[in-house]
Design a protein. Structure first.
Length: 296
């Protein structure tokens, strides 16, 4: 398997993804029997819920120190003491200390909603979007022909959260939102190996869509995407309401997950380094609250 390349904006160097439990995923997505099990059983909600029970039980506590060591997690920025967590999932959705993720408050700056690996696409240049080996068109992703037509020549930002990332995500501006729309699908992993082996993966995943009416970037489509094993999306507010820049929108429980944001033509301009590396199919490492573009 080819290990994904990542662009580090701080060092300005290319890094390689530190994958986790890759042998099990290789079986599920490369092996014929594994693929059959994935299609027939492992992408079913009952299995996802069974695994959820495990990571929410005290039996999963042993995973925490191994996870910290494997990913070199910075425990100093975690809000609560490690010994206070009662299960692995509590650690996975950990909160950070105040100030651990500074929010760029410049109104004209577009910020990242999550700690993630970011790749962007000019929808005026592509009819379908490849992300680590899978493809989808806008209408299939949104399941809304009218919305797809409105955004067909805009920008698409794909924020892929790896297991070691901070799994809480936030709002990118001040504004109001429409009620969250739930779009049914089949849960799959968003691990790079799974993405490389499963065509139209995002379009098959369960996702939640929120239309954000922002002060600086117009109407923005914000989607959260579930993943294999748990893939649970937890929203702070499923109803219409207002929000502030940097305010927490929700979080993902255990399972690598993705945030997708789509902007209308002429509303934003992505940062040049992210465009450059996206054109090379290299994701850029970003943190929540970090500048990733500007108001057009």
């Amino acid at each position: 398997m080819k290990v994904p390349q990542l662009y580090n904006r701080q060092t300005k160097e290319i890094e390689y993804e530190n994958t986790y439990k890759v042998n099990g995923l290789a079986f599920l997505y490369k092996n014929t029997l594994g693929r059959a099990l994935t299609k027939s059983l492992l992408n079913k909600k009952m299995v996802s819920k069974a695994y959820a029970r495990h990571v929410n039980s005290s039996k999963s506590l042993g995973q925490i120190p191994k996870f910290i060591e494997h990913y070199n997690i910075n425990v100093d920025e975690i809000k609560e003491p490690i010994q206070s967590f009662r299960c692995f999932n509590e650690f996975f959705i950990r909160e950070l200390k105040e100030g651990a993720r500074p929010i760029d408050e410049t109104p004209e700056h577009l910020i990242s909603p999550a700690d993630s690996r970011l790749m962007i696409f000019d929808l005026a240049q592509v009819s379908s979007i490849p992300v680590k080996g899978y493809w989808y068109n806008l209408e299939a992703l949104l399941k809304d022909k009218e919305l797809a037509e409105q955004y067909k020549d805009g920008w698409c930002f794909v924020y892929r959260l790896a297991p070691n990332d901070y799994h809480r995500y936030g709002y990118i501006d001040n504004g109001t939102q429409d009620p969250v729309v739930k779009i049914k699908g089949v849960l799959h992993s968003v691990h790079p190996l799974a993405l490389a082996e499963t065509r139209a993966l995002i379009a098959k995943n369960y996702r939640e869509l929120t239309v954000l009416h922002t002060e600086n970037f117009g109407d923005v489509l914000h989607l959260e995407v579930g993943a294999l094993l748990v893939g649970k999306i937890v929203q702070r507010n499923y109803d219409a309401g207002s929000f502030r820049r940097g305010e927490e929108k929700g979080y993902f429980e255990y399972g690598g997950s993705t945030v997708v944001q789509i902007f209308k033509k002429g509303t934003i301009k992505p940062d040049a380094d992210i465009i450059e590396h996206s054109e090379k199919r290299i994701e850029t490492l970003v943190k929540i609250g970090e500048k990733v573009g500007v108001k057009a």
